[in-house]
Design a protein around this ligand. Structure first.
Ligand SMILES: Nc1ncnc2c1ncn2[C@@H]1O[C@H](COP(=O)(O)OP(=O)(O)OP(=O)(O)O)[C@@H](O)[C@H]1O
Ligand SMILES: [Mg+2]
Length: 239
């Protein structure tokens, strides 16, 4: 079943066409990879879904409901959480407080009498509970990415949208991170929509991969189909 759909989404920035009539579907319970060369429009697509940007045309449909153009906090309450390619924690707040912002943005926040305990739970989920009382500005890049995932999870999303979370990890850590994302999907019954340049990770984790190139939907398929596709190879080599 389609959980999230984009229908002919277009977005221009002045003279630059970031996305041109891009349609896609993310099926419930799957991990869908979103790949493409630099500037292909991947983050712009996330911004249109998450409400950070409004499309010039086209629609975003989530669980059968048109959510096009809703503000980010309303989109979040529908069950869509995202991380940022460039992390943006509240630097002078502790990690616990940063995740607490996610807890309070959860549609189920009424039942969270104790936001601290819930926030700590999500810090533990991503393995940075020892940083609970550290101000976020002191974290390194990898720790900030983990904090972002904890904050996203704390909103109890149905879909988790990850924008390049593997940056800064070595190959062994990447393998662990892929296992972690798959376990999150299984244990929290999540759907994952994942932008990543680390191709090996997407190939291992995703059931479906969507390829963007120069603002257009180039092709989609299984990881095996995508890596063997001459259009995809050309898009990357032509970079
Ligand atoms: N706020 C903005 N203002 C102007 N141009 C923008 C803006 N955001 C994105 N663009 C342009 O839109 C195009 C798509 O950018 P986008 O960030 O979506 O690409 P991307 O696929 O995420 O790339 P990367 O892999 O480098 O993160 C690029 O040409 C980019 O310069
Ligand atoms: Mg990007």
């Amino acid at each position: 079943m389609a959980l999230l759909e984009g229908l002919r989404l277009s977005k221009r920035f002045g003279g630059v066409t970031a996305l041109s009539e891009v349609s896609f579907t993310v099926e419930e319970g799957t991990i869908v990879g979103l790949i493409g060369p630099n500037g292909a429009g991947k983050t712009t697509l996330f911004n249109l879904v998450a409400g950070a940007l409004k499309p010039d045309s086209g629609r975003v449909v989530f669980r059968g409901e048109d959510i096009t153009g809703l503000s980010p906090n309303i989109v979040c309450r529908h069950g869509i959480a995202r991380t940022f390619q460039v992390t943006r924690p509240f630097g002078t707040m502790t990690c616990l407080e940063n995740v607490g912002v996610g807890v309070i943005n959860s549609p189920r926040s009424e039942s969270d009498g104790n936001w601290r305990a819930t926030a700590l739970h999500y810090l533990e989920t991503v393995g940075v509970e020892d940083l609970a009382f550290t101000e976020a500005r002191h974290l390194n890049v990898v720790q900030k990415k983990k904090l972002e995932i904890a904050r996203a999870l704390a909103t109890r999303p149905k879909i988790l949208m990850l924008d390049e979370v593997l940056g800064g990890l070595n190959s062994q850590e990447i393998v662990q991170a892929v296992d972690f994302i798959r376990r999150l999907r299984d244990e929290l019954h999540l759907t994952v929509f994942w932008i990543e340049h680390v191709m090996g990770a997407i190939m291992k984790a995703a059931e479906k991969v969507i390829v963007l190139d120069q603002g257009q939907h180039l092709m989609e398929g299984t990881p095996e189909q995508v890596v063997a596709d001459s259009r995809v190879i050309h898009a990357y080599l032509g970079e």
